[in-house]
Design a protein around this ligand. Structure first.
Ligand code: OKP
Ligand code: ZN
Length: 341
């Protein structure tokens, strides 16, 4: 399998995230990709290639121009008032306490565009997420050209980013950028299967009123898991998108017997949609020893995940999302990639 890799991810390196009342070292850090890349490089099925440059255009197909302008300049504006440290908001919009305007102050803008306090903007964040978008669009192009599955080895993850909102370690939604890029190159129907432990709220929201993208997600029940406010089973899509959003939340502790059934359901729905292209948001934070998640998949279960995915007989654009047990990331991801077709 082709693996699109870029070094620039390293430029996004947050010092800490706010969790349980204190700053803790970021779970989402460059060691994740370092460990994963070393492992994949040792596997004969993985063939590394570099990303090409596509610039802002494919990003602007998904995200608002004003949001991209904010991301590009946020850190520079932050250090003028806060000094050389990561930018994190301290104030948010409360329900019913906002008429729609965007404040001019950097603190106000951080609160306007952010959804949580766990997603620091650092000096290199904008460079890193642009490079990750390039890797994604390169991978989509390689899927089209080669008719084979391609893995975009990127970080930070993307599936919590909405068209004008960041959070959950995510700034740009790479699954959405990849799906839109397929549509812009002739696909009529694209399915996105999100198997990260956390619900892909950003991806869902971006495509919620559209029928040209089917979004299917298996994740921890949001009533007691991040992202809390979306991911429930009664979210079916709206307008033209009604019937094209499928959430399969599972209770904490789900192991293969439960997870495998949900995956079969997800795959049946996707097969039924008969997409031209398939994007997989691959998080391996469903692993039993993930430090921030609560499913119980074992390393050998990821081979079963891949084998199930192989039933969808389409080349896949596979995007790396979550997975925070740095030591076991490589083997878990490789077990999916080796078997998924
Ligand atoms: C991103 B992805 C732990 C609290 C949870 C946000 C989790 C974002 C996960 N620090 N904070 O879906 O893997
Ligand atoms: Zn996750």
């Amino acid at each position: 399998m082709l693996v699109v890799y870029n070094e620039t991810h390293r430029q996004h390196q947050g010092a800490g995230e706010f969790f349980r009342g204190e700053m803790v070292p970021c779970y989402e850090n460059p060691r994740r990709i370092d460990s994963l890349a070393v492992y994949l490089d040792s596997q004969s099925f993985a063939e590394f290639t570099e990303a090409s440059r596509f610039g802002q255009e494919p990003i602007a197909r998904v995200h608002d121009a004003s949001y991209l302008d904010f991301l590009a300049n946020a850190y520079g504006r932050w250090i003028e008032v806060a000094g050389d440290c990561d930018a994190i908001p301290h104030a948010w919009i409360g329900r019913g306490l906002h008429q729609g305007g965007i404040p001019t102050d950097i603190h106000g803008q951080l609160g306007y565009y952010a959804s949580d306090a766990g997603t620091p903007i650092t000096s290199g964040t904008w460079k890193a997420v642009q490079a990750a978008s390039d890797a994604t669009v390169t991978a989509a192009q390689l899927v089209r050209d080669s008719d084979r599955s391609v893995f975009a080895l990127t970080r930070p993850p993307g599936h919590h980013a909405g068209k004008d909102v960041y959070g959950g370690y995510c700034f740009l939604n790479f699954a959405a950028i990849g799906a839109q890029s397929f549509l812009d190159h002739g696909a009529k129907r694209v399915a996105i299967l999100d198997i990260d432990f956390h619900h892909g709220n950003g991806t869902q929201a971006i495509f919620y009123d559209r029928s040209d993208v089917l979004f299917v997600s298996i994740h921890g029940d949001p009533s007691d898991e991040y992202p809390y406010f979306l991911g429930y089973s009664d979210e079916f899509g709206m307008g033209d998108g009604e019937g094209f959003n499928v959430n399969l939340p599972l209770a904490p502790g789900a192991d293969w017997s439960t997870y495998g059934r949900a995956l079969t359901q997800a795959i049946d729905r996707i097969a039924d949609y008969s997409p031209d292209r398939l994007v997989v948001s691959l998080g391996v934070d469903t692993f039993e020893h993930d430090p921030i998640s609560r499913f119980q998949l074992k390393t050998e279960d990821f081979t079963k995940v891949g084998t199930c995915l192989a039933q969808l007989d389409l080349p896949k654009l596979i995007i790396f999302e979550g997975g925070y047990n740095v030591e076991h990331l490589g083997v878990n991801v490789a077990n999916v990639l080796r078997t998924c077709g």
